[in-house]
Write a protein that binds this ligand. Structure first.
Ligand SMILES: [Mg+2]
Length: 333
């Protein structure tokens, strides 16, 4: 039985993107990303990174450096008990500065080459797999491969959408929410979708061995050296899903997606308002305490100014009511 996988973009999905990461010191995990990987693995998915690394073709760093960066990434993840099954990367760029890597490649996202190669090598059922990334090129690659897609749409660095970019199946604010999307979809559709890319199922894999591998892949078990040769056999063209879906189920799915997007947006807005509202209520609470102290002080003073006591108590009660109102408003949102 084929495996299912979560294909993951690397930069700004698992680690912070500081531009072209070219040293081990720049590798910093995104908070909660490791925990998300742990949860995804528990759901039975293989975890495969697919990353464009044109910095190699641009001459910004070497494959050896990239290998060290990925070792550091694995080390950081292991500290949180998170593990990757494999890391695929594409070092090529059509107008790269380094001749060895200057070429167009089917592995470069938005093309789906890395996902298709992984499906073939690791016996992955792409229709039952997901592509998660923070860019529309991740979405395009995932869709072209036949996976469902989640776009990480952070408020800090929102992805830029071009006219021809396909829409993701789902959006999430961060990896944690992406995991929730996957969990929810598993709960909603316990049975896997019809298999789309059982690439190696009917072809004899052994006989295909002599053919040139199109790109290199960094694997945990057997790192491969770069292959300069132009691929003679291109990965399969993306196929379309030919599953009979009733109009009713389509509508239901659409409504679910709309509901989810609205929920996500509202949650994001809530977070922004939460801080201001709670801060204001907190300030009021401090003022309430101050008024109470003043009231007690006047009450205990030898002069015994009752008017001042009642005034201070009046302020305390009023401010407390406002603070409570703010708390209730926040809770009801
Ligand atoms: Mg990215």
């Amino acid at each position: 039985m084929p495996d299912k996988a979560i294909f993951l973009d690397r930069d700004d999905t698992i680690i912070e993107d500081t531009g072209y990461i070219n040293s081990v010191e720049q590798v910093k995990l995104i908070p909660a990303a490791a925990q998300a990987l742990v949860e995804l693995r528990k759901l039975g998915y293989k975890l495969i990174v697919v990353s464009n690394q044109s910095g190699i073709a641009r001459g910004l760093f070497t494959e050896q450096t990239l290998s060290q960066i990925h070792e550091r990434l694995k080390q950081l993840l292991a500290e949180h008990n998170a593990y990757l099954d494999r890391i695929y990367y594409c070092p090529y760029l059509p107008d790269g500065a380094v001749g060895k890597y200057r070429k167009d490649s089917d592995w470069r996202k938005p093309k789906p080459g890395m996902l298709l190669a992984a499906a073939k090598e690791m016996k992955i059922n792409l229709a039952d797999s997901w592509m998660i990334g923070n860019s529309y090129i991740d979405v395009a690659a995932g869709k072209a491969a036949g996976c469902r897609t989640i776009l990480i749409k952070s408020n800090i660095k929102p992805p830029v959408k071009n006219q021809d970019d396909p829409d993701p199946d789902f959006e999430a604010i961060n990896m944690r929410e992406a995991v929730n999307v996957v969990k929810r979809e598993i709960a909603r559709k316990p049975a896997p979708l019809p298999q789309l890319h059982m690439i190696q199922a009917e072809t004899p894999p052994q006989q295909a061995e002599p053919q040139i591998k199109p790109e290199q892949v960094q694997q945990e078990e057997k790192p491969q050296m770069p292959n300069e040769e132009i691929p003679t056999e291109q990965p399969q063209e993306p196929k379309t899903v030919n599953q009979p879906v009733s109009e009713q189920s389509k509508t239901e799915q659409l409504l679910e997606e709309i509901k989810f997007i609205l929920k996500s947006q509202r949650r994001s807005e809530q977070f922004t308002e939460f801080s201001a509202m709670k801060l204001f209520a907190g300030v009021l609470q401090v003022l309430v305490m101050f008024c109470l102290v003043v009231a007690i002080w006047y009450r205990l003073s030898p002069a015994g100014k009752d008017n001042a006591v009642f005034t201070a108590l009046g302020f305390a009660i009023t401010l407390q009511l406002i603070a409570l109102t703010l708390y209730i408003m926040h809770k009801d949102r």
